[in-house]
Design a protein around this ligand. Structure first.
Ligand SMILES: [Cu+2]
Length: 508
């Protein structure tokens, strides 16, 4: 209905315009064609001049009025090292183009006024003027040469990659941002400082970035929900796209790079202003104690007039600067620039995506195996425990946390050998030590059965150790059944604690 009315209105306006035109024609034929034309010329010429008087100052005034909202002006000086180069290049270009803009518009409107049609108007013939030709060729050429060479120098500095000798993880941080409809998938390298390999063919439900889990460098990579970076350290962002063209845009850092499907890009920048410092800038007061940028002193939430101000809740942001679809707006992510200590603290709260989501699922190539890092961690845990027991006068017992058996049997599980190999190594390292291998159960089931099972399990551990070269004279295997509980047998957790294998150092 509304659109029908709009169409009707448009038709009516059309008819009105046509009728006015006819009316003017009729009027001019009554008054005499020539005279009416001259009157119109005079009127339009003066209107052109009047328009110039309003238009050019309005351009200047609006630019000044909105200055503090523009990047590079007011509080929005760049928050990255290279950003000021871009800002100054823009300003230089703006300076020259403003001169040209004002001169050409003054000439345009002034000439329209001065040479408006008059009855005694006469054309001036000016076939050629070398001097003029020279001026309007040479001046633009010189200005263009300067702008292009300045731009090129800036471009080369801004787009430079990290130096060849820089070490990833030490001299700079490398992170990965993958654009998709409609989110940024972010990836950090984890403690090893190195991003693992990816392959688009491996992208799937639980593997949004297509990480290759056979690459151990992927195992500690994590997927944060925001970008957090330490101030003053270069960061290299690997930028990829999963579907259509996106654009990795950090306006406050003057970072902007297309995310192109099939063509990885990158951007290197060094943030130099923490989020907190930028907030202080926005909330700054002048000498009289009045806000320098009043719009930043409005409440962040309109329904809470006494709540935090806009400058207090400011966050840097990552946006997609390519109109990539109708959910485009939702690609916003927050960016936080913090001190080195705060950054380390934040890193400590992040968990490997592999360990939290992939480990021991069907997608895990290491399912049912120990990872090298786990093997090392268990080894050092065991070594700590045995050293403690050797040094202690009272507590000579070491619990073998990772030695397990198949349910109801004395068969060791496959992963138990890693812990037992640690025992073998320790027996080699401390040749005078003799030990008791003690099997314990919970109180479920018959006493005789439990004692027999624990005995069989202790003997199976001892058998493994002797098969690896530990002299049987240094070993004693005992099954205690449920007789030496360390916890209650009334709860699941308690019973689980009571089912255990222990080593006791007898002599050392
Ligand atoms: Cu996008």
């Amino acid at each position: 209905m509304t659109s029908l009315l709009i169409i009707l209105c448009l038709i009516l306006i059309g008819i009105v315009v046509v009728q006015i035109g006819r009316l003017t024609e009729l009027a001019s034929s009554i008054r005499g064609e020539g005279e009416a034309q001259l009157e119109a010329n005079d009127f339009h010429g003066k209107m052109m001049f009047a328009f110039m008087i309003v238009f050019l100052p309005a351009c200047a005034i609006s630019a000044l009025y909105y200055q503090d909202s523009l990047l590079a002006y007011g509080p929005h000086t760049s928050a990255s090292d290279h950003g000021s180069l871009i800002d100054s290049s823009f300003n230089i270009t703006l300076f020259f183009t403003s001169i040209v803009f004002f001169l050409t518009h003054i000439a345009l409107f002034w000439f329209s006024y001065k040479y408006r049609g008059k009855s005694d108007g006469k054309a001036a013939f000016m076939p050629h003027d070398n001097k003029l030709e020279l001026i309007w060729t040479a001046i633009p050429a010189i200005v263009m040469f300067y702008l292009v060479s300045d731009g090129l120098v800036t471009w080369n500095k801004v787009m430079a990659d990290v130096p060849a000798e820089a070490v990833v993880g030490q001299d700079y941080t490398e992170i990965h941002a993958q654009g998709m409809q409609f989110a940024w998938n972010l990836r950090y390298p984890g403690p090893d400082g190195v991003l693992g390999a990816t392959n688009y063919k491996m992208i799937g439900g639980s593997n949004p970035i297509g990480q290759d889990w056979n690459d151990v460098e992927n195992l500690d990579d994590f997927h944060p929900s925001e970008i957090v970076l330490p101030v003053g350290k270069p960061v290299r962002v690997r930028i990829t796209a999963r579907d259509v063209l996106h654009n990795f845009y950090l306006p406050h850092f003057r970072v902007k790079m297309d995310a192109v499907p099939g063509m990885p890009t990158y951007f290197v920048f060094t943030p130099n202003t923490t989020t907190e410092e930028y907030r202080q800038r926005l909330g700054a007061l002048d000498r009289d104690g009045n806000p320098m940028y009043p719009e930043w002193h409005e409440p962040a939430d309109e329904t809470e007039p006494n709540g935090p101000k806009r400058w207090e809740t400011f966050q840097y942001e990552l946006a997609c600067a390519e109109l990539c679809g109708k959910g485009h707006f939702s690609m916003r992510r927050e960016v936080k620039i913090v001190s080195e200590e705060e950054y380390e603290e934040w890193l400590g709260t992040q968990n490997s995506y592999y360990l939290t989501t992939i480990r021991n699922t069907d997608s895990d190539p290491f399912k049912g195996q120990l990872l090298d890092t786990e093997i090392k961690a268990r080894k050092s845990e065991f070594n700590d425990n045995i050293q403690k027991a050797l040094a202690s006068d009272v507590d000579k017992i070491i619990r073998l946390k990772y030695v397990n058996f198949e349910t109801g049997s004395a068969n060791l599980t496959a992963l138990s050998r890693y812990e037992l190999d640690n025992v073998v190594a320790a027996m080699g390292k401390y040749p005078t030590v003799t030990i008791e291998v003690a099997g314990h159960t919970d109180s479920t089931g018959s006493l005789e059965g439990n004692v027999a099972l624990s005995d069989a399990r202790a003997n199976s551990v001892a058998a493994y150790l002797t098969s690896k070269g530990v002299a049987s004279s240094r070993l004693r295997a005992v099954g205690y059944g449920p007789n030496k509980p360390v916890d209650t047998n009334d709860t699941d957790d308690g019973r689980a604690n009571n089912r255990r294998t222990e080593l006791e150092i007898l002599t050392q």
